[in-house]
Design a protein. Sequence first.
Length: 167
Amino acid sequence: MKALTLITTLCVCLFSTPILAKSKLPLEPGLWLLTDEIELDQAEIDKMLEQVPAEARQQAMAMMKQQGLGKESAPYKDCVTQKDLNEGLFNQGEQCKIEQKSHKGKNYVFSISCEDPEGEGKMEITIPNSKEYKSNVDMKIKDQGESKKIQITSKGKWLQKECTEED
C-alpha cells in the first residue's frame, strides 16, 4: 500500500508545484475537465495489491482506477484562475521543482526534480489551442530503495469561463 500512497503523493506534487516558466502557458481561465492516466507495469500493480489485505483489495482497486492507475481516471473538474495561469499552472506544492527547458510552437518541455518522493523526470505539454492541452510525464523515482518508472498522461479541456463554488 506504500507504493499506492507514493504514487498519489507524486501526482499531487507534480500537479500542484510551481512551474518556473520562461513563458506563460496560453490557456484560458475557467472550469476545466481533466483526466489522468498513470502507467506502471502490471507486475508493479500486482506487487502493490499483494500488500493490501484481501478484504480491502476491492476498495484499493477502485481507488487506483479512480486515480487513473493503468487506465484513464474518471474525469474530474478543476477551476483554473487567471492568478493560477500568471503564477504557473502548478502553483501550490514545494516537494518538486519544475523548470521550463524549451518552448517551440505549441510544445513545452520541463525538467522535474522531486525530494519526496525522491525522483527526477521530464514533462512535455502540448497546447493546440487555449482550451485544451495534453501532458506527458516520465519519472524515475526511488521507493524503499527500489527504482521505479512512472508515466502520467493528462488531458484537459476547457468547459466554461465561470467556476462554481463546488469546482
